[in-house]
Write a protein that binds this ligand. Structure first.
Ligand code: SF4
Length: 402
């Protein structure tokens, strides 16, 4: 049975939020009081009053951070500012990926497996259950007071479990026969290049004879040609292997859950170019942060913003959003609320998307009542369609109020 719940939070994230905090806690700092004097009356806030992150500059960086920087610097900015980073909460999709990687790593690293195949399988199933429990607890904590569904109901749970355990069984067999050996530890190998400040954990590095391969493990089936991001990530790991091991891998590979591999020969010049591009992205980010231009450089789009946790606070996103983006996202003034713990709801008169300005969106089934002090709300990912007027929250609906 599906459970439809939501999350609502009131956090001091904008000047208006800080104003409310000052009114509630007059002993707060003088900086906050200055904010109060310069802020609004406390009764109304312009819908454009969304926060600007002030992230810490980047020193060292991983291949995945390089990919994030080349997608959206503002998103990285939010995730590196402690006032907003908690909004980046784990998804069940990412959790399944982490569990699959953990099981695969053990299958590759551990050597004392039972001879009996059914006992071996039982051990892998126990490991899967243990890792799932860990990730489910993490998700429940991050999304409280919403109640995520049990792991068995997560999208693609059963399929990912079957694929992961099957791949792990094959891996155990392969490793115990000694057909491959790991370099520097096997899967999830930590690597670092002090010169460029690039570091990371490659999914797997395999050595067969004199040849080294760097492999990205996927939980899906039928891996096609790697995406630009997958390829960049593998090229950067190839650089790391070169810096640490002193030789280039012969190939960069993506392995799907069936064990099939999409392999490409490594061209060292392409790997060095990927590193130069990543370093330039880091330098650009640090400069943009120093010049307070994060909002100005953002380029929101349907694909780029689709899964971004920071949409509820991202001014460029709301300014660009149109209903035909197909996103379940809306923001505006709170014109109705239900505070009964049994069935809390909120009704928002929309400012955004702009082509729906002035219409109402009603969201029922919230996990908790909306704060009585809040006058504005932004919501994403309810049950239903983009442009809906009447919808229901799901456990992973995000609502920010201020
Ligand atoms: S919503 Fe879009 S523009 Fe805003 S931070 Fe996220 S990805 Fe970037």
């Amino acid at each position: 049975m599906s459970v439809f719940l939501t999350i609502s939070r009131l956090r001091p994230t904008t000047s208006f939020d800080q104003t409310l905090a000052c009114q509630a806690f007059p002993f707060l700092t003088s900086g906050c009081l200055t904010e109060f004097r310069q802020g609004s009356s406390g009764c109304y806030v312009e819908p454009s009053d969304f926060p600007t992150p002030a992230p810490t500059p980047i020193g060292e960086f991983s291949p995945s951070l390089a990919n994030q920087l080349l997608s959206c610097q503002l998103r990285v900015g939010f995730s590196r500012d402690l006032r907003y980073s908690e909004w980046n909460r784990p998804s069940t999709h990412a959790a399944l990926g982490l569990v699959a990687h953990a099981v695969t790593e053990v299958a590759f690293r551990v050597r004392d497996w039972p001879q009996d195949p059914s006992a071996r399988r039982q051990r892998l199933e126990d490991l899967w259950a243990q890792e799932i429990q860990r990730q489910a607890a993490r998700i429940a904590e991050a999304w409280a007071p919403a109640t995520p569904p049990p792991a068995e109901d997560w999208l693609a749970y059963a399929l990912t479990r079957i694929r992961t355990i099957r791949r792990a069984e094959k891996q155990v067999e392969k490793a115990t026969r000694g057909r491959v050996k790991a370099t520097r530890g096997g899967v999830e190998v930590k690597l670092r290049d002090e010169s460029s400040k690039l570091f990371g954990r490659a999914d797997r590095i395999e050595q067969v004879g004199q040849a080294t391969r760097v492999i990205d493990l996927k939980t899906g089936l039928r891996q096609a040609e790697p995406s630009e991001e997958q390829r960049r990530q593998l090229l950067l790991y190839a650089v790391l292997i070169h810096r640490v091991e002193g030789q280039w891998p012969v190939s960069i590979d993506v392995e799907d859950a069936s064990g099939s591999t999409y392999s490409q020969p490594l061209v060292p010049e392409e790997a060095e170019a990927a590193l130069a591009e990543a370093i330039a992205a880091v330098d650009s980010f640090n400069q943009v942060v120093a010049e307070s231009r994060l909002l100005a450089v953002a380029e929101p789009s349907p694909d780029r913003c689709r899964w971004c946790d920071f949409r509820v606070m991202c001014a460029p996103f709301w300014k660009a959003l149109r209903t035909d983006w197909g996103q379940r996202a809306a923001a505006g003034s709170i014109v109705g609320r239900g505070d009964s713990p049994a069935s809390p709801y909120v009704t928002i008169e929309l400012d955004y998307p702009r082509d729906l300005a002035g219409t109402d969106l009603h969201i029922s089934g919230l996990a908790a009542p909306v704060s009585p002090d809040a006058t504005k709300a932004a919501a994403t990912d309810w049950v239903g369609t983009a442009g809906a007027q009447d919808s229901r929250a799901r456990w992973s609906t995000t609502i920010r109020v201020w």
